[in-house]
Design a protein around this ligand. Structure first.
Ligand SMILES: C[S@@+](CC[C@H](N)C(=O)[O-])C[C@H]1O[C@@H](n2cnc3c(N)ncnc32)[C@H](O)[C@@H]1O
Length: 255
C-alpha cells in the first residue's frame, strides 16, 4: 500500500485520475467484463453462502417490507440473496459500470418490479438522488477494496447518512495482512480449496493479471477498516464472519 502510494505520488496524474483510469480499464472494458463473467457460475456457487449469511444478519422478519441498497452491485448476486430471503423487500442496485448493469438486466429479470439499477461512482462522493436516504440497509460485496483508504472512509460516512436510524451496513470483502506468514497461509489454504487459484497466480492471462493488480492495489488489513466503520458512527460493529482473507463486517446506525 505505502509503496503504491509513493509510486503514484511521482506520477504526473493525481492518484484520483490514475485510479479512475485503471478502474475504467477494468470495469468499463468489454473484454475484461466478458473474462470476469466467464467464471460467474463458479464464483456465485462459492459465495452464495456468504451472501445468504449477510441476508440472515439483517434484523428483519422474513415478511418485512423494506428498501436496501447494494453498492458496486455488479450483476446483483448479493442483492438477490437479500431479495430471496425477504420477498417484500426492494433493492436499489448501484454501480458505475454500464456493462455490468446491462448484464444485470438479464439475471435480475425474475426480480422485475422489486429493484432499480442506478449509475453511481463510489470513488466520487456524489450520491445520485435515486438512492434514497432512510434506507433500511446497505450492503457491499467485493467492491470496497477497490477504493482508496480516503474513499473507504468517506463511503462509510455517506452510507451512515443514507441509512434510517437503526439501519444496518454489511460489507463482504477481501482483506490484506501486514504479516507475510499470515498472507502465505491464506494463499496456501485458498489454493487447496480451489486449486485453479494457483494456476491463475502462476500463469495469469493478461486480463487476470490486470484485474489482480486492481484487486490488491487498495486492499487493506481488517482492523483499520473496522475502525473506519466505528469512526463513521456505527454501533454493534463486528466482524460477523471470517474465513482466511474474506470477511463480513459492519454495524448499525444507532436507533
Ligand atoms: C468484483 S465485482 C463485484 C460485483 C458484486 N458486488 C459481487 O459481489 O459479485 C466489483 C464491482 O464493483 C464495481 N465497482 C468498482 N469500482 C467502482 C466504483 N468506483 N463505483 C461503483 N462501482 C464500482 C464494478 O463495476 C463491479 O461491478
Amino acid at each position: 500500500m505505502a509503496e503504491g502510494k509513493t509510486a503514484l505520488s511521482c506520477d504526473l496524474m493525481s492518484e484520483t485520475d490514475d485510479d479512475a483510469a485503471r478502474a475504467a480499464a477494468i470495469w468499463h472494458s468489454e473484454t475484461q467484463i466478458r473474462d470476469y463473467l466467464a467464471d460467474t457460475e463458479k464464483r456465485e456457487r462459492a459465495r452464495r453462502p456468504q451472501w445468504d449469511f449477510m441476508a440472515l444478519l439483517l434484523p428483519f422478519d422474513d415478511d418485512a417490507t423494506f428498501t436496501f441498497a447494494d453498492l458496486g452491485a455488479g450483476t446483483g448476486p448479493a442483492a438477490r440473496a437479500v431479495l430471496d430471503r425477504y420477498p417484500n423487500s426492494r433493492a436499489v442496485l448501484a454501480d458505475f459500470s454500464r456493462l455490468m448493469r446491462d448484464e444485470a438486466a438479464a439475471v435480475m429479470q425474475p426480480y422485475e418490479g422489486r429493484f432499480e439499477y442506478v449509475e453511481f461512482d463510489m470513488a466520487v462522493g456524489e450520491w445520485p438522488a435515486e438512492i434514497p436516504r432512510q434506507l433500511a440497509a446497505v450492503i457491499t460485496s467485493q467492491c470496497v477494496h477497490h477504493l482508496t483508504d480516503e474513499r473507504k472512509q468517506g463511503l462509510f460516512v455517506e452510507i451512515w447518512q443514507h441509512l434510517a436510524p437503526g439501519g444496518w451496513y454489511l460489507n463482504f470483502d477481501p482483506i490484506s495482512s501486514s504479516d507475510s506468514l499470515v498472507d502465505e497461509t491464506w494463499q496456501r489454504v485458498n489454493e487447496r480449496i480451489e486449486p485453479a487459484q494457483q494456476q491463475r497466480r502462476l500463469n495469469p492471462t493478461q486480463e487476470q493479471n490486470q484485474r489482480h493488480e486492481e484487486h490488491v492495489r487498495h486492499m487493506l488489513p481488517l482492523d483499520p477498516q473496522v475502525d473506519f466503520v466505528r469512526a463513521a458512527g456505527f454501533e454493534a460493529v463486528d466482524v460477523y464472519w471470517k474465513q482466511l482473507d474474506y470477511v463480513i463486517f459492519g454495524g448499525r446506525r444507532p436507533a
